[in-house]
Design a protein around this ligand. Sequence first.
Ligand code: PLP
Length: 395
Amino acid sequence: MRTDGVPAPDVRRRIAAELADDVPWTRVLNSICTEPHPLGVEMASSASHTNLGDVRIFRGTKRIERRVVQLLLDLVANPGGSGNLVSGGTEANLIAMLVARESARGKGRLTHRPEVVVSSTVHYSFTKIFGLLGLTPVVVPVDDALHLPAGEVARRITEHTVAVIATAGSSEFGVVDAVDEIGPAVSGRDVHLHVDAATGGFIIPFARELGHDLPQFDFSVDGVDSITIDPHKYGLAPVPAGAILFRGAQDAGQFAFDSFFVDTPAHHTLLGTRPGAAAVATFAVLEHLGRDGFRDITRTNFEVTGYLADGLRAAGHELLAEPQLNIVVVKMPGATRISQRLESDGWIVSTSKRFGETLRLVVNRHVTREVVDAFLPALERARREVAAGVEVVLR
Ligand SMILES: *Cc1c(COP(=O)(O)O)cnc(C)c1O
């Protein structure tokens, strides 16, 4: 740190210059997060001083957090459940796995080698979590349509199993596992069924209302014990906003750490000091948009997804699979170099380490038809240049 301070205008100028170098949303096709709703941004800055780690001070903010949790529980068909706002999908998944492990321990059935049955496309946040919690993944390969097969899940449950994870919107493909088949297959086996709906939680309820053929993923499915949902993705809330939701009214309280101090409530999340701004912003966005607003946004996202898929097909490309949500994965020989060429041209897309020779393109609210119209020619240019051996220079 410098000895003498820098005047505020200089600080502002320097930060603005760095932020101006961030890639504009209109060139971003790899991100499940999007430009947050302006009302959320405004309300977050009005609450930037708040801390949900100390609810004796931030009583009003705490009430807003409870309201948000209730709105999210309503969204996943479980108004009588419980939950907490957290920093995102990773923390939500961590808390779900901790509750699963501790609940097995409480029932006297935690073995020396607790296992979790997962699909081969489960999100990599679980790799962090399993390491931290001493859990061993039992990996079930996905079927040809990239789904976790329910029958195989049931076969892999043993006395060591503490949890099964289904994914409602995989981050690689936007694939929605058949939670409605996995739930019944797991039900009665005394293992915790967690649904990672970080990507799909704010899409599937509205897409189903619009007539899309997607499986039910929420607490209306028997056997689902917990759900991760991420307002900071398709919920349009500013980062960081995630949530972990449980079936039972008391379940969210199972993970509790007492404070040092009298009359200070226990913490139910991993973070201690945590942003009330996230709760306030999420509340603002959910209240303001309502179900109708989210349904309209979802309709537009699917229209643009179809428009992008059609444009790719018209250019002679083949999709890896028909998109279930708003992620288009297209077969693309030379994908890595094409992606790098696009990046040097200011466009950000993803290529998979595991499913090579594909480009993954994510549609969220900032990806409009105009963005697609600008992207498709840029993609063809990048392909031609890579084919012609033009050198790719990444900054
Ligand atoms: C984004 C995502 C996560 C991780 O969430 P963070 O908010 O990045 O911590 C976990 N699972 C899925 C399916 C995701 O899309």
